[in-house]
Design a binder for this molecule. Structure first.
Ligand SMILES: C[S@@+](CC[C@H](N)C(=O)[O-])C[C@H]1O[C@@H](n2cnc3c(N)ncnc32)[C@H](O)[C@@H]1O
Length: 304
């Protein structure tokens, strides 16, 4: 007797996989390392989503960062690192705003520009989980945004925060920006999707609500002072005008990008998932759904 497909696979096995996505299909032209747990696609669609998301967030957050370094960056000779820089859009934008300072984008993938870039910008391909190549106390400012789907909770505590702490200078600043996987003001469909997303994280020993833990992880290093937090509510839907519409487009693009992982956890078919996503875009208008972003920043005040 042949191998019996599960009910879900029976429904899904003939549907096309998203081209170029990293997992579960493999074969992304943008990444060659395997020692990582990132589950989102790394392809042209994702590159464009990250670029658009950057400019949307800059608008909503009234700028690109919260650490008190505007003057220092303008004066120059300030070294900035963006960890998991993706498309490199944050770095390129910052490098334009502060031409006297120098900017390095680091990512395990090469979604960032590999040919042409401003003179004060460099990009390096590196896997954070293998440790950073930079020497101790190198950067004045380290920024890291949306890597909750990249590290397990234990990796945050044992590798990522210790490595960032090692390479940031004494008196330098670190800024971590993360989303809550659970959206707020959701109806039944939004709740179902978010529960599915949280399960996708949990299955990989990741925390979709990692932002809540970051201040205490930073504190536990005994290296930081002035640990601060800024929260931003991103409205999803046309109830919030053009910004809301763009943010909703970004959110649904994100859910679509991880469709394979979502249907597996939710035990539904691709078409059921598409139906839920369509309902979600209606539901947000009734409930005025929001996505919460946390920015946690702190100053390295102690010497190791
Ligand atoms: C959601 S994207 C965020 C990109 C960018 N920070 C932004 O805000 O647009 C996450 C990025 O983290 C990178 N990444 C995941 N795991 C990594 C690792 N272990 N080392 C370095 N980069 C990693 C991915 O390649 C991807 O570009």
């Amino acid at each position: 007797m042949g191998h019996r497909l599960s009910k879900q696979n029976e429904k899904n096995h003939q549907l096309p996989a998203r081209k170029g996505s990293l997992k579960p299909e493999n074969g992304s032209k943008y990444v060659d390392c395997t020692n990582h747990n990132y589950f989102e696609p790394l392809d042209d669609e994702e590159l464009h989503r990250l670029q658009a998301q950057h400019f949307l967030l800059r608008l909503i957050q009234h700028g690109n960062f919260n650490v008190p370094l505007k003057k220092t960056l303008s004066l120059g000779n300030t070294k900035v690192l963006d960890v998991g820089c993706g498309s490199g859009t944050w770095i390129l934008d910052m490098a334009t705003d502060y031409p006297q300072s120098s900017f390095t984008g680091l990512d395990m993938s090469t979604l960032f520009p590999t040919q042409i870039r401003p003179v004060n910008v460099s990009f390096i391909q590196q896997n954070v989980l293998e440790g950073l190549a930079a020497s101790d106390n190198t950067f004045d400012f380290i920024h890291q945004r949306f890597l909750s789907g990249s590290f397990t909770t234990s990796q945050w505590e044992k590798i990522v925060i210790p490595e960032l702490t090692r390479v940031v200078k004494h008196e330098g600043w670190i800024e971590l920006v993360e989303n809550d996987a659970m959206l707020e003001n959701v109806g039944t469909v939004g709740k179902r999707l978010c529960d599915g997303l949280i399960q996708v994280f949990q299955k990989r020993n990741m925390d979709g609500m990692i932002a809540k833990r970051l201040p205490s992880i930073l504190e536990s290093t005994n290296m930081y002072s002035e640990i601060s937090k800024v929260e931003t509510e991103v409205p999803l839907g046309k109830w919030a005008g053009d910004i809301g519409l763009l943010a909703l487009k970004d959110m649904t693009a994100f859910f679509s990008a991880i469709k394979h992982q979502m249907v597996e956890e939710m035990q539904i078919s691709f078409s059921e998932f598409d139906g839920l996503l369509a309902e979600f875009t209606q539901e947000v208008e009734e409930f005025k759904t929001i996505r919460r972003i946390h920015c946690i920043y702190a100053k390295k005040s102690h010497v190791a």
